[in-house]
Design a protein around this ligand. Structure first.
Ligand code: FA5
Length: 350
């Protein structure tokens, strides 16, 4: 064998034997077998050889090329296998035969009740409005006939922000904006204002089984010519019988809110104790669920509505309490607890 070929063959053998990574073996392949590699360079020597020499030299170079190719390929396979094993060994143990956890998430009970109420009111022609959780003093109080320093503000221990805005303490805070949004279509197109606006409310409450500092209400308003308390009672009754799918005992008693006149408290017979009295209803057998009344003329005026022509009703449904009653949840605090074990047992068909 030609000296130079033998030397190169030994060099390749030594180098391949000492390689420990896939990246390095690729460099070796380029170094010897690439277009400008050392084996290819050997072929350039052929031009100075006789025809006879060319034949045997060419054959030896080709043999070297085949052997080098084979060595490098098998080393490459060996190193890839080693790297894969090292990678697998470094992974935490897991058992690929364990079935995947396919448990589906579920909606929060308040979301379920809210959607149900939205469905019911939409079917009766109400629009569903979204409103901010941070509102101005005007939206939450002044536009609702509750001027600064009015004692009615004491009923809602409100969280004020440093910039004078506040965390909405009642969904009534959206009333003024709704009247302004729809007053033109009321006057020009004769379209009744019929809207509901569910939302989160905040009050600095001492919490108990039926009071939370963060809870949901759903406000509803209807304004047109000749709207009366009969309309109010009809919609309240329809909503409750649809939500509970059974006859529910309710009572309407006078209630004071500066933004309605007359105002009512609509209480529901406690479904946790059947009216016997329990912590969920403060042992009264009744739960305050949905204050309501005929919208005070001052409130309509603030919304740009002519009170000589139009009247309306408003209600403020306690959505969180409705969820308690619908699902038999004894303590309102469970709803904000984040306890998935108890919250995920309620579901709908969606
Ligand atoms: C109001 O918030 C009035 N804005 C409701 C209203 C609207 C009256 C339109 C007239 C016309 P009140 O503070 O009572 O009213 O709250 C209404 C309902 O929200 C209550 O009946 C109750 O169901 C619920 N609620 C009030 N405070 C809490 C609380 N801390 N935790 C849970 N639910 C509450």
């Amino acid at each position: 064998m030609d000296e130079r070929i033998l030397k190169l063959s030994n060099q390749i053998n030594d180098e391949v034997a000492s390689i420990t990574s896939v990246a390095d073996i690729e460099n070796v392949r380029v170094k010897y077998l690439g277009k400008k590699g050392q084996i290819t360079d050997l072929l350039k020597l052929m031009k100075d050889l006789s025809v006879e020499e060319k034949k045997s030299f060419g054959q030896e170079v080709n043999d070297l090329k085949d052997q080098a190719q084979e060595k490098i390929t098998s080393k490459m396979e060996e190193l890839k296998q080693k790297e894969l094993e090292a990678e697998l060994n470094a992974m935490p143990d897991f058992d690929i035969s364990i079935p995947a956890d396919l448990t589906r998430g579920s909606y929060h009970p308040i979301t379920l009740v809210q959607r149900e109420c939205e469905r019911i009111f939409k079917s009766m022609g109400f629009s569903v409005e979204d409103y901010s959780e941070i509102v101005s003093d005007y939206e939450c109080f002044e536009s609702l006939n509750i001027p600064k320093h009015h004692p009615a503000r004491d009923m809602q221990d409100t969280y004020y922000l440093e910039n004078g805005q506040l965390l909405k303490s009642q969904t009534s805070a959206a009333q003024n904006a709704i009247y302004k949004k729809y007053k033109d279509s009321l006057v020009n197109e004769g379209k009744t204002i019929k809207s509901i606006f569910p939302g989160r409310c905040f009050r600095n409450e001492a919490t108990d089984a039926c009071h939370e500092n963060t809870f949901f209400q759903m406000e509803g308003v209807m304004v047109d010519k000749n709207i009366s308390i009969s309309n109010l009672i009809f919609f309240m009754k329809t909503m409750l019988s649809e939500v509970f799918q059974k006859d529910i005992k309710v009572r309407l008693r006078p209630g004071f809110f500066p933004f309605v006149e007359p105002g009512f408290e609509l209480d529901i017979n406690c479904l946790i104790c059947g009216g016997e009295g329990c912590p969920s209803c403060k042992h009264s057998g009744w739960l305050e669920l949905c204050p309501c009344g005929m919208i005070h003329p001052e409130v309509l005026k603030a919304g740009g509505i002519d009170t000589e022509i139009y009247t309306g009703f408003a209600f403020g449904l306690g959505l969180t309490r409705l969820a308690m009653m619908k699902y038999g949840i004894k303590d309102i605090r469970d709803l904000n607890s984040g306890n998935l074990k108890s919250l995920s047992q309620f579901t709908d068909d969606e």
